[in-house]
Design a protein around this ligand. Structure first.
Ligand code: 13P
Ligand code: SF4
Length: 314
């Protein structure tokens, strides 16, 4: 392993490497603040995909999880795509193995297949169209057939989509370990002690959490809501990394992370996969130009079609 620069200079070393190598860093809102601050763009899954699709940089470093880096590679295969830690996976993506999902599709002939972007390239390749939390309602409404629609892998987002669109969805039983962990009792208690606060939630949260939310949306949607809403206090039910950008956007508002079952701090609402990326790994990754992300070409071509449909509809 190459010797690391002192922690106070690591950010400037990363900036120098980016310039020298014509590299761009794409960071998700759930990344640590120092990673978000050194990135060239910070966004939700849709913004990251849109940015990756049109980028002309030689190297794209994805400060996020594996499916995000895979998506960047699928959409822009001639770029070198780096992920600082290849073990940065996702509980939702892991819940949907390709062989089992293929069997599920076969049980429902003729049903269109819509998948949430939090899945592997193989699953995307079996899909008619991909969606993210910010465009899922639009994508489901765009499907013309009367047949039930297969939706995977997030059962909570799927239930929310049924409620929003009135469509018949056949749901895969996957979920996000972070959003499953919010405690309704502790959230209601927190609301009692902060009665003026608006409670906002990501649609990966279970129905009993969404039922009490005054706004439901993607990470970008939640940030926009907090900026535009008149209220000065918000209880925020999604991964705690989002609070960094929110604080930047609304420095004078009070942002309270929603508590999980285990404790009353935001520690349990941190995604262990997202948090595998560190400034040190980001530096090493740029320096050595690895680990790189590869997608089998036959899989990539099919997955690219499903992603292209999503981008057209977004
Ligand atoms: P969005 O940022 O697209 O809302 O997705 C949230 C998420 O869980 C990403 O892993
Ligand atoms: Fe996956 Fe949830 Fe982590 Fe997002 S927050 S990467 S959905 S486990």
């Amino acid at each position: 392993m190459t010797a690391l620069p002192a922690s106070q200079t690591i950010s400037s070393e990363i900036k120098k490497l980016k310039k020298r190598k014509n590299a761009l860093i794409l960071a998700h809102y759930y990344q640590d603040p120092d990673i978000q601050d050194v990135a060239d763009m910070v966004g939700d899954s849709l913004q990251m995909a849109q940015f990756a699709a049109t980028s002309t940089a030689d190297i794209l470093v994805v400060a996020g999880v594996f499916f995000m880096a895979e998506t960047a590679k699928i959409l822009n295969p001639s770029r070198k795509v780096l992920l600082p830690d290849l073990m940065a996976g996702c509980s939702l993506a892991d819940s949907c193995p390709p062989d089992k999902f293929s069997a599920f599709i076969e049980q429902h002939p003729g049903s269109p297949v819509v998948t949430y972007i939090n899945c592997s390239a193989e699953i995307k390749a079996m899909s008619d169209v991909v969606c993210t939390s910010s465009n899922a309602v639009t994508i489901i409404k765009s499907i013309k057939t009367e047949k039930p629609i297969i939706f995977a892998p997030d059962i909570n987002l799927g239930k929310y989509l049924i409620q929003q669109t009135g469509r018949d969805l056949l749901l895969w039983n996957g979920s996000c370990m972070v959003h499953e962990n919010f405690s309704i009792d502790k959230i209601l208690e927190l609301h009692r002690t902060n009665p003026k606060a608006r409670f906002i939630a990501h649609p990966e949260s279970p129905p009993h959490i969404l039922k009490v939310a005054s706004y439901i949306g993607s990470t970008k949607g939640m940030i926009d809501f907090v900026r535009q809403n008149q209220c000065d206090e918000f209880i925020v039910a999604t991964e705690a990394g989002i609070l960094h950008q929110m604080h930047k956007e609304v420095p004078d508002k009070t942002l309270i992370p929603a508590p999980g079952y285990e404790d009353n701090t935001c520690a349990c609402s941190e995604c262990p996969y997202m948090k595998m990326n560190t400034m040190e790994k980001l530096y090493q990754s740029l320096l050595l130009e690895q680990p790189t992300v590869h997608v089998d070409e036959a899989v990539r071509l099919k997955a690219a079609q499903a992603l292209a449909r999503m981008l057209t509809l977004s």
